[in-house]
Design a protein around this ligand. Sequence first.
Ligand SMILES: Cc1cc2nc3c(=O)[nH]c(=O)nc-3n(C[C@H](O)[C@H](O)[C@H](O)COP(=O)(O)OP(=O)(O)OC[C@H]3O[C@@H](n4cnc5c(N)ncnc54)[C@H](O)[C@@H]3O)c2cc1C
Length: 398
Amino acid sequence: MNPIVIVGSGMAGYTLAREFRKLDSTTPVVMISADDAVNYAKPTLSNALVGNKHPDQIGLGDPAKMSAQLNINILAHTTVDQVDCENHTLQLKQQNGEQTTQAYSKLILAVGANPIRLPIEGDGADDIHVVNSLADYRTFRDNLSLRTDKRVLLLGAGLIGCEFANDLKATGHDVTVVDIAPQPLGRLLPADTATAFQAGLEHIGVQFALNTTVQSIQRVASAQGHHDYAVQLTNGTSLVVDIVLSAIGLRPNLELAQAASIKTSRGIIVDALLQASQPDIYAIGDCAEVEGHLLPFVMPIMQQARALAKTLAGTATQVHYPAMPVAVKTPAAPLTVLPAPADVQVNWETEKLDDGMIAKAMDSAGTLRGFVLLGASAGKQRMALTKLVPDLLPLVSA
Ligand SMILES: Cc1cc2nc3c(=O)[nH]c(=O)nc-3n(C[C@H](O)[C@H](O)[C@H](O)COP(=O)(O)OP(=O)(O)OC[C@H]3O[C@@H](n4cnc5c(N)ncnc54)[C@H](O)[C@@H]3O)c2cc1C
């Protein structure tokens, strides 16, 4: 029997393998990963500096350990170059360039998303860091540790950018966050809550340059033998920093699916069974657009993996999306966000508290569709408010 093949060793790939093995201990499973296939929790990367976590402490298991633990075959440093949907085979390329073929019974694409890069002028643009993997974090941390001036420019005041800003500031760095939007976490927060959130980060010394973006980055020689970077913003401001980190968002990795004529939109299009447009092919994690929802967060991955594991084990099971709030890791301004569905028109109802704010996203029928909780007191409302928000995808019994 051909194995079930999972492409990707991120949280989606490993969670699926673990959930499947709870239900089926014998069907062969092969995991193929372009990277080193070390299992790790990606969310820890944006608050690892303050915990002084070395990259080796973040890894939860190398392929040998994970393979033994889950009873699966893991091919690390192996890229899937092509999917032949008709013959149920994959074309693989190993690190040494050797090409092989892998047959599958069911194929799960858990190929994640790639950081978006802005077109920026100047010879320093190639040195911009992104942190979307443990390997990226290792490079970023190594480079950071070489710099004594500790001036960091963060491009992007979104969820992940603000988490890094808090982490970098808390570890003694000089942080300037640049964003084209007039406020941090642009689309997720109403203006008054965004202002209060920004004030929380400014209180610890994070600086914001909003309504502007980076035009150019030039390398300049520094006294310590490294390059510094002269950054020119479109609003006319210029500054010199040691490191530039970009966190302006991720784009689902669609090339493999598109080349195989698997339907895509913003992500790989899948139905509530997580099934793609070609037979026996599924998609989960950051690459998957599930019934029109693209939710690049941990909780949806857990829901997807549990449902798909049951389907692969023989009981077709639709994914259930309850309301899934996201806790933003900014201790200087504790924040929980439950975004309202993109296609629902909402009005914000805001309540000020002594130490923060509650903002409720109400639809035209007066139903709570999302919320923002800023500060410790507001955070205590999380459970009670979550229960009031309708499911995004209903629970359907198998
Ligand atoms: C810094 C940071 C902090 C975050 N914090 C939070 C948080 O606090 N809460 C939260 O809910 N979410 C958070 N997220 C989001 C969450 O971490 C992601 O949703 C999740 O990790 C995505 O996992 P994934 O397996 O879908 O993708 P990935 O982790 O990107 O894995 C993709 C895998 O596919 C492999 N691959 C890709 N193409 C190929 C190919 N052709 N052949 C073989 N292998 C291939 C890659 O090598 C990789 O192993 C955070 C994200 C980041 C970047």
